[in-house]
Each structure stands twice: as structure tokens, then as C-alpha cells.
Design a protein around this ligand. Structure first.
Ligand SMILES: Nc1ncnc2c1ncn2[C@@H]1O[C@H](COP(=O)(O)OP(=O)(O)OP(=O)(O)O)[C@@H](O)[C@H]1O
Length: 611
């Protein structure tokens, strides 16, 4: 049997992947089987979040027992094929060939072009420094905003760097002050415009999902309020801070039924500063389109946590950019001298010669989760894949707010059941939409997968039955809903959580159930459930869907059996969703296997950026 047929028969390919190979065969019957199979796998790779297919590591795409060709021989066959272009690194690929082979990776041409254009765009943004700021004049305000600036404070370094340059990659775990730093930086940029006698900068705040954008706006508003209490910061500076954030799709202007956006290189974004939060969730095509829509001299600030799960779509863009940047061990000597009025004499000077390393600042110190939840040591052990330490911390019960339920595979059995259900019953006890949504944000059951014994879908069904009985109405009072697609018409986005409330009491007899979501001028928006975009239950949800959200209390349930997509990034993302309390239920074996695995994605972006 041919390689292509075995792959299809083993379920390793989707119909669309197989169809691509079939169409190549139709066009040229002599196309070798290995080329057809590789073309199908290059298409399948995108569905699995990779930017390309690596013929030396085909096992990344399937566990099926396939007799794989030797990697080098396979690559040689691909290089010879008429369907596969082998362009120079910085050159566009021949549009006549649907595939591109580069540095041992086989791409669908479109994705190779996204990578190439993204790398080019980032280098362009980095190369255009904005108009120089009057740093000595800004120094008193800078010192008030960053009192530790002269003691190698990373937050100060990030802000100073962004005053000097157009590109900033500010990375750090939850609560390391990314938003706080950006709020302070924006105050400085507004103050600088005042000093220059020009209008304040036009600032865009954006995030990949609606929920993440909302959270970004909330954090920025909170940071702005704290800033207003500082004597050195005039109220009018705080008032000029943006209070709203949008999704990246909205910022770029999505065009219905088209992958294109209204804003692109020819019609760039009309902003002076563009801040993107949760950059780890941005996929390759979107990041490419964003970067191309940023005009020369405009600041692009990417905020994110490299250790979180990569975007579900093709990419792992933030990780690739951060890998290309390497460690942030200081500033280039010339910039350190320029920034002396703000940072003093002792800024470490960087020796790394990687092109993007100068633009990255990694915030290390956590400021949140102080008393009630001591998550940092566990997050660090998870990030590092150190299962021994993670298990010791969990079993020792030494971390405030962290509870380990070893070998518990059913969160609805034993002591956990009442803890979870009683919190959700509270939602059903209220008739007030705002209160119900606030209660909904208190607790979430997070799972590694959607289906299967410990999956979100069956757990939701069981929870709903426990709360409302087996003959419950589809949209019973107190049911939580999770939107699973973006709908600009509704202003509802993948990941948004709503709550169903049925007006109660005689005066409401016959009134329809309303699904309430946060937002709008009244703080809540109501929809008839039948008018909602695609949605499902939300008492339990996957860690993937919870990315960009936080909850007071998180119950992270790992599956009984290992699964290939369990990774340290998945666990890290799940546990860092908790604000006050974390319950984690797992067996030692599954936890160890998960922490031993990276959510690795095949990508050529790092080397394109010069790593
Ligand atoms: N330099 C600082 N000094 C004191 N508190 C700080 C400092 N930086 C941040 N914080 C506090 O830490 C908390 C988290 O800050 P912030 O929201 O800016 O972090 P973040 O990195 O954006 O978090 P997340 O990734 O969850 O969005 C806030 O309460 C903030 O006031």
C-alpha cells in the first residue's frame, strides 16, 4: 500500500489533506507517492498548529504505526519535485508551486510566505526608531513611576526601551506587572507629546480574543486608577489613557467571508502605539497581518507569557520570536548610554548579538497572588518540567491556596462534588444578570480535553444534570454558556461566558429565558438563546478555551490516561488561570508524563529572525 493510502487509512489525514495530494496526482500521474504523502502531511501540519511539516520528525503528526521513509531521502525526493519550490530565504516563493521546501521543512506556500513576511515586518518595525524623546525632561516623571529604575528594575527597563525604540517584547508570567508597566509607559508617552507640544499619541489596545481584550481593558483601568493616586502624575495624564481594548480582528477590520483585513501594508493602522496583550495566543497568519499593518515609526508592543500554550492555530509565534531574541541580559551599550537619564549608570550591557535580543525584556518578579494563593513555586516547577519539585510541593501542602487531589479522576465524586456544585447553585439562586456573571467568574473546572472520561463535554452534561435534573430545559436558569465562535454581529467572541436566567415570579409568567453576557453600556447584554452564535456548556471547559481568562478558583482535572497533547504548557496555562485558589487532580504518572512534554510546534520563524 502506498504511504499516502496508509496515512489516510490510519486516520492520520483529514479529507482536505488527502484531497490536496489527490489533486497533485491528477495534475501529474508521475508524482511520487512520497511527495504526495508529504504534501498531505504539510496540510495536516497546519491543522495541528505547526507552520510546516518536518519529514525528519513525522511522528509529531501521528501516533499511527507507519513505516516512515528515511528523512534525508525523503527530503531529497521533495527537493526534486516540480510541486515544491526551493526559494532563497528572503525571496518570495514561486506562486506556481503549492509547496515550499526550506531548511528541511515542507510548507504550504501560503504559510511559508506568512513566516517570511512576518520576519521581514518585525525587522522593519525594529529598524525604524520613533522620534527621539527628551529624556532629561521626562526623567522626574519616570523616576516617580519607576522608583527602582536605577536598581536594574525590569519594568523600568521595558518602559525606557519603548521610549527609545519602536518594538518591545515584554514577556513574563501572570502578575509580573506587564499591564502596569504599559500603563506607566503610556503615561510617559502622553507626557512626552505634551512636552513636544503635539497631540497625544493615538493608542490601540488589542488582544486575540474578546475575553482577553476585556481583561486587558479591565487591568489597564485598574492600573490607571492606581496611577492617579501618585502625586507626580497629573490627573489629566491618567485621563488620557485608553480605557477600551478590542480584538485584533476588530482592530485590523475583518472583511466578512474573507481572510483579508481592511488594514494592511497599503492601508496601515492609524495609530502611534499598538499594544497587543496575550501575544502567545496570536497565530502566524494573524501576527503576520498585524505586523504588516503597522506603519514605519509606529510602536508595536507585544505582551505575553512564553510558557503558556501556543495558539490553537498554526504558529507558536511568540515562542519563536522570544527564542530568536534569546535571554534579555541587558541593553546594547549605545542604548544604555542614551537611557542613562532614566536608568542611571548601572544598566547591564548586552553582549548577545541576536538581532531581536535588544528588544526583549522579561519581567521576572511576581507581584500578585501574595497571601491567599502561593502559586509561583509550582508554576516555576511546571514551566521547567521539574516533576519531582512539583509533586513535592503539591504533596507537602506547603503552598497557600493550592490543593492536590492525588489519583482523583472524577471531580464530581467525593468531597469535590459538593464544593463544586454548591458554588454553581449560587448562580442559579440569583435573578440579577450582573451578579450571576460575577458568581460565574468565581469557579471553573478546567480539563485537558473536550471529550472522553475527564473531558469538558461529558463533565458539563453531568454537572448540568446534577444541577437541573435529567429532564431539564436546554437553557435552564443558572446554566453557564461558552461561546465557541466569533460573531461580530453579536459582539460575542470565542471564549465568552454567559449565564441563562429565566425571569421568575408571577409577573414574569411566560417570559423567555435570556442568555446574559458582560459588556455594553449597562455592563450586561441579553440575548435570546436561539439567536446565539455556536456555544456549549461552560461549567467545565478546556484549558485551551480558558486561555486569556482568570477565575477566583480553578479546579484543574487531568485525565486518567496520558494523552499526547498533555504538556507542561497546558498545565502551566491551566494553573495560572487561578487567582485565589487552585485544586489540581491528577495521578503522579500522568502529571510526570505531561511535565516531560513540550507543546512543541514546527516553525522556521526563529531562524528567519536570525536566531
Ligand atoms: N512594580 C510594582 N510594584 C508593586 N505592585 C506591582 C508592580 N507591578 C505590578 N504590581 C501589581 O501586581 C498586580 C499585577 O500586575 P499586572 O496586572 O500589571 O500584571 P500582568 O503581568 O499584566 O498580569 P497578567 O499576566 O495576569 O495580565 C497588580 O495588582 C499590580 O498593582
Amino acid at each position: 500500500m502506498s504511504l499516502l493510502d496508509s496515512l489516510y487509512r490510519e486516520g492520520a489525514l483529514r479529507t482536505v489533506d488527502h484531497a490536496l495530494a489527490q489533486s497533485l496526482r491528477r495534475l501529474d500521474r508521475d508524482t511520487p507517492d512520497r511527495v504526495l504523502a508529504a504534501a498531505a502531511l504539510a496540510s495536516q501540519a497546519i491543522a495541528r498548529g505547526h507552520a510546516a511539516f518536518d519529514p525528519r520528525r513525522p511522528q509529531l503528526l501521528t501516533e499511527a504505526a507507519i513505516e516512515w521513509p528515511d528523512g534525508d531521502q525523503w527530503l531529497a525526493a521533495l527537493a526534486d519535485s516540480r510541486w515544491i519550490a526551493t526559494p532563497q530565504a528572503d525571496r518570495p516563493a514561486d506562486p506556481a508551486a503549492p509547496l515550499v521546501l526550506e531548511r528541511g521543512l515542507l510548507y504550504l506556500r501560503r504559510y511559508r510566505e506568512y513566516e517570511r513576511r512576518l520576519a521581514q515586518g518585525l525587522r522593519r518595525i525594529a529598524a525604524f526608531a520613533p522620534a527621539p524623546a527628551d529624556l532629561p525632561a521626562l526623567a522626574p516623571l519616570f523616576a516617580a513611576l519607576f522608583p527602582d529604575a536605577r536598581d536594574d528594575d525590569r519594568q523600568a527597563r521595558a518602559a525606557a526601551l519603548a521610549l527609545l525604540q519602536s518594538l518591545l517584547l515584554a514577556t513574563g508570567g501572570p502578575g509580573t506587572g506587564k499591564t502596569t508597566t504599559i500603563a506607566r509607559l503610556l503615561v510617559l508617552l502622553i507626557a512626552q507629546a505634551r512636552l513636544d507640544g503635539v497631540p497625544p499619541p493615538r493608542i490601540a489596545l488589542a488582544a486575540p480574543t474578546g475575553r482577553a481584550a476585556e481583561r486587558m481593558a479591565e487591568s489597564l483601568r485598574a492600573a490607571a486608577e492606581r496611577l492617579c493616586t501618585l502625586d507626580a502624575v497629573e490627573a489629566s495624564l491618567c485621563d488620557a489613557l485608553p480605557r477600551q481594548a478590542s480584538t485584533l480582528h476588530r482592530l485590523l477590520g475583518s472583511v466578512p467571508d474573507s481572510p483579508r483585513f481592511r488594514h494592511d501594508a497599503r492601508n496601515p493602522l492609524a495609530f502611534d502605539v499598538i499594544v497587543v496583550d496575550e501575544a502567545s495566543m496570536v497565530d502566524l497568519p494573524l501576527m503576520c497581518k498585524l505586523v504588516e499593518a503597522v506603519p514605519d515609526g509606529v510602536r508595536l508592543i507585544l505582551l505575553g507569557d512564553r510558557d503558556q500554550l501556543p495558539s490553537v492555530e498554526a504558529g507558536d509565534v511568540l515562542a519563536a520570536i522570544v527564542d530568536a531574541a534569546g535571554d534579555d541580559d541587558g541593553l546594547p551599550a549605545e542604548w544604555a548610554v542614551q537611557l542613562r537619564p532614566l536608568l542611571g549608570e548601572d544598566t547591564p550591557v548586552q553582549h548577545a548579538a541576536q538581532p531581536l535580543s535588544a528588544y526583549r525584556v522579561h519581567l521576572r518578579r511576581g507581584y500578585r497572588q501574595a497571601e491567599s494563593l502561593d502559586l509561583a513555586p509550582l508554576a516555576e516547577a511546571t514551566r521547567a518540567g521539574d516533576a519531582d519539585t512539583a509533586l513535592e510541593l503539591l504533596r507537602g501542602g506547603v503552598l497557600a491556596g493550592v490543593h492536590f487531589h492525588e489519583d482523583l479522576h472524577d471531580p464530581l465524586a467525593g468531597g469535590g462534588r459538593e464544593r463544586l456544585l454548591s458554588a454553581w447553585r449560587e448562580i442559579g439562586a440569583t435573578d440579577d444578570p450582573a451578579q450571576a456573571l460575577a458568581l460565574a467568574a468565581k469557579l471553573r473546572l478546567l480539563t485537558a480535553m473536550r471529550d472522553g472520561g475527564q473531558g469538558a463535554a461529558p463533565l458539563n452534561a453531568r454537572i448540568e444534570e446534577a444541577l437541573a435534573g435529567s429532564h431539564r430545559p436546554a437553557y435552564f436558569h443558572g446554566r453557564l454558556l461558552l461561546v465557541t465562535e466569533n460573531s461580530y454581529r453579536h459582539g460575542l467572541f470565542n471564549g465568552d461566558i454567559g449565564v441563562c436566567l429565566r425571569p421568575r415570579g408571577d409577573e414574569h409568567a411566560g417570559a423567555a429565558t435570556v442568555a446574559w453576557f458582560a459588556g455594553g453600556s449597562d455592563g450586561v447584554r441579553g440575548f435570546h438563546p436561539s439567536a446565539l452564535p455556536a456555544h456549549g456548556g461552560a461549567f467545565a471547559m478546556t484549558v485551551h478555551k480558558a486561555q486569556g481568562s482568570e477565575f477566583d478558583s480553578v479546579w484543574l482535572q487531568l485525565p486518567r490516561q496520558d494523552a499526547r497533547h498533555l504538556s507542561r504548557e497546558l498545565i502551566y496555562t491551566g494553573l495560572t488561570r487561578a487567582r485565589r485558589e487552585l485544586h489540581i487532580a491528577a495521578s503522579e504518572a500522568v502529571l510526570r508524563l505531561a511535565l516531560s512534554r513540550h507543546a512543541a510546534r514546527v516553525s522556521g520563524l526563529s531562524w528567519r529572525l536570525g536566531a
